[in-house]
Design a protein around this ligand. Structure first.
Ligand code: HEC
Ligand code: HEC
Ligand code: HEC
Length: 121
């Protein structure tokens, strides 16, 4: 099954069912949009934001990758941030389930409080 077909299957379920990936709860009161919107539209939200930032220098708009990581990186028992792309973590658990591999974290930090690791663009 392709990623899109899997996504449609995910969205068709009444609630995120038991056999789907489990992940640590996010920080903050709520996401930047409703869960079903986030599941469906986050790739486009992030890509548009990236294009705007790199081409036009716009900052501080809603869909920031840094903000995703700030809320969605878990904290381990010894107080360290766990990378969002580590096995079982929020972004990674779902992406491995649907077999997508965004290249974002080759440059972008996977834990809060850091910015892009090394700007090669
Ligand atoms: C080759 C390195 C590189 C890769 C790969 C990369 N980025 Fe970026 N990205 C940058 C740089 C450099 C900036 C500008 C610096 C900044 O804003 O912190 C940036 C800025 C951004 C921003 C705006 C700042 C923020 O944190 O919100 C977003 C959103 C973003 N990228 C999304 C993505 C997404 C999504 C992917 C993967 C599909 C990706 N980037 C892959 C280098 C990269
Ligand atoms: C202010 C904190 C915050 C920010 C910023 C944030 N999120 Fe969320 N996100 C949450 C919360 C809280 C939930 C509700 C589910 C939970 O508690 O884990 C959630 C839910 C989601 C869901 C749906 C999960 C499900 O159960 O269906 C996705 C997908 C998601 N976020 C992706 C992102 C992405 C991608 C970004 C960055 C563009 C982002 N989030 C930014 C806090 C945040
Ligand atoms: C509920 C499942 C789910 C969660 C959680 C999730 N994603 Fe995704 N993500 C997907 C699916 C499905 C796709 C593929 C969509 C497609 O192919 O159209 C995707 C694709 C992407 C893409 C585009 C990849 C590309 O190369 O085109 C980016 C960027 C992305 N996700 C970022 C994130 C980030 C960052 C997080 C964690 C904050 C996250 N996602 C959490 C399901 C999820």
């Amino acid at each position: 099954m392709g990623a899109l077909a899997v996504l449609i299957t995910l969205l068709a379920l009444p609630a995120f069912a038991a056999d789907l990936p489990q992940w640590p709860k996010a920080k903050g009161e709520a996401c930047i949009a409703a869960n079903d919107v986030m599941r469906r539209e986050h790739p486009d939200m992030l890509k548009h934001q990236r294009d705007d930032t790199l081409r036009l220098g716009i900052r501080g708009a809603k869909a920031s990758l840094k903000a995703c990581v700030e809320c969605h990186a878990a904290t381990s028992a010894d107080g360290h941030a766990v990378p969002v792309d580590a096995p079982g973590q929020f972004c990674q658990s779902c992406h491995s389930y649907v077999a997508v591999k965004p290249d974002c974290f080759e440059c972008h930090a996977t834990t809060p409080k850091a910015t892009v690791r090394e700007a090669s663009r």
